[in-house]
Structures are given as C-alpha cells and as structure tokens.
Design a protein around this ligand. Sequence first.
Ligand SMILES: [Zn+2]
Length: 385
Amino acid sequence: MSERTACSGCGSTLLTERYWVPRQPVVLNYRFGSLDASRTVHRRDLELRQCSHCGLVFNAIFDPTVIPYDENYENRQCYSAAFGEHLRTLAADLTADNHLAGQNLLEVGCGKGDFLRLLCRTASAVGDGFDTSYEPGSEPEPPSVRFHRCYVQASDIQKPYQAVICRHVIEHVAEIGLFLREIHAIAVAAGDPVVVLETPRFEWIVEQASFWDIFYEHCNYFPEATLAYLCRAVGFDVVRHRRVFGDQYQLLELRPNRDRARGTAPGIEGRASLAKFAHLASEKLRVYSETIAALASGGTWGIWGAGAKGVALVNQLPGDLPFVVIDSNPAKQGGVISGTSVPIVGPGDHRVAKLKLVVIANPNYAVEIGSVLQQIGFQGTTINL
Ligand SMILES: [Zn+2]
C-alpha cells in the first residue's frame, strides 16, 4: 500500500509525526470459522500521521480492501449493561430532542441493526438500515424496520427522513472528506433531517494513553474540533456537540445547510496531539507489560473484553499471551482472538475463577465485571486499564 501524502479530511499535505504499530490483524471483530483462519488472518502495519491543518489523525498506509465487512463481522456491544444503558439513553434523548416520534428514520452503517430497532421502538418510528454486515437474527424483524445489506447513496433516497443516524462508521472510512460530503448529500435528499454522528474522541485516547484504541479497522481518529470543522466544511451546521459514554465518544447533531462555512482550521491542539499520544503510549505499554508479568507470575491471566480493545491488547502487549479472554457476548464465546489461538470464553467458564489476574480492557465496565467475578468465586486480582 503506498503512503498517503495528503490528509483524507481536508487535503492538506502538512502532515506531522509517525506513530508506528507493526503487524496488526486487519480485523478484530470477526467470527472466524476455524483456528487456522484466525491464526492466518492478514496482518498489516499501521502508520498514523496527523494533519497540521485540521488535526485529523489517520493511518497513512490503510488499505480498506483487506477488511471483510461481511456477515461474520461482529461488532455488537449490546450484551453489556453499561453499553445498553448508553444506547437506551441515547435513543430516548434523540427522540425527545428532535421530535422523532412516529417519523421515518435512516441509519447508515447500522451493523446488525440493534440501535435502529431500539430507536424505532422508543420513538414508535419507521426505520431503514443499511449495512453490508447485517444478517437477519433468529427472530423475525419488526414490521417497522427494514434492513438492506448494501451501502447507501444519496441517489437511493426515495422519501423524506427526519433523522439520519451514522454511529461508529466514520472512523472506518478511508476517504473521510468524500464520505462526509456523501452523508451531506443523503441528508439533503432526505429533506431537512437531524444527522447524528457518534465516534470515539481522540482527546480521550490521548488522555488515557490507550494504545489499545489504535487498531487497523479504525483508520481515522477525530479530535473534537477537527470533526466539527470537517462537518462544517461539507455544509453542515453543528447544532450540538457533546461527550457521551464516560467521555469516550463524541456525539454530533447536525443539520444540512446550503453554505459551506469552512471557518478557521483548528490545527493540532496539545490535548489532541499524536506526538503527545505516542510518547505516553510507549511508556504505558512498557509499564503494563511489567505489571502484568509481575501480578500474573506463577499463575494464569486473562483479559475481560473481546471487543476491539481486548483484541488489540492481546496483539500489542509483549510477553506471554493471556490464557483466556472473557466476554459476555454469546456470539463471541467459543471463538478465538484474531491473529492468535487465545480462546474467548464466557464468564461461567471453569477457567475464569482460577485466573490469578484479570485485566479489564474498558474501565466503563469495571463495576459490572467486578460483581460477576465475585459471584463466580474469583479470588485473584483485577486491574483496570
Ligand atoms: Zn486535514
């Protein structure tokens, strides 16, 4: 893959700093058919760069064609109580604040459809969801929601929608400037909808030095000011921009207008600097490797969370691999961590109670994980990352 020399958001060639992560699996959230398929998953290097003009952080050697977004792509977080609460609050707030009751809703990149079903139920609304990784569940879909296993473009929009939802998609899209323009065109074709974007905040990743939040599927990392700037640049008004889910994510509510008010480019802010992250992350990687080796010494250890964070941890931490990775999502249990043969087990698995150390990949889930571990008689140590 040749190296990108211009920012995918604003086109500037003023790029700074390289943060290099060697040989990561190209897909983390995936159901592999066999152990061999997991062990032999494609691996690619990541080379993050930051745009000095708009502040976007992106993987300059990203190749979208190696990621299989098919029905085995498994990215549901709905099995966690904390994440479920976030989704229910979000659905209720969006419905009330944007008067979505009884309206038509569109979701771009709806995954398996969990949020669209919830939002349509909350708002008594009718929804269309588009995603290549959608697969029908065991239950028939409610008549108010229709799913389409394909991408959507502005030319596909045949009726007005009052909301266009696009959650956890923009961090996966290589040509992000073009994609935001397409979302704007979809919004214009849909009438005057509220457009809702949700994506991780790069400020949180820097603050936590969370090196496990850097992985191949995410080719973009958005500082808040950068994302607002790029949205305005394609013709959106930013109506509301707030932090959600323990400040890990940012949520934008946008309205399409006819003018492109580019405004002043934010540049690189200190709290969203890739150089600062690179420094903190390499230090943290060293400290965690040593801590885990010391606390797990003479026993086995595990990671709680087979989501992207957990998989990135297994693949980035030097030293001995964990014995198991624990996840409450039944669809992940019985599988293996991408790029390895580390098994994914449920909390009830007999190996879990005997672990000497459990590393909790996402601190937002620490309370519920602590109480489950207590119930199963776990006597070891837990650490939050
Ligand atoms: Zn830029």
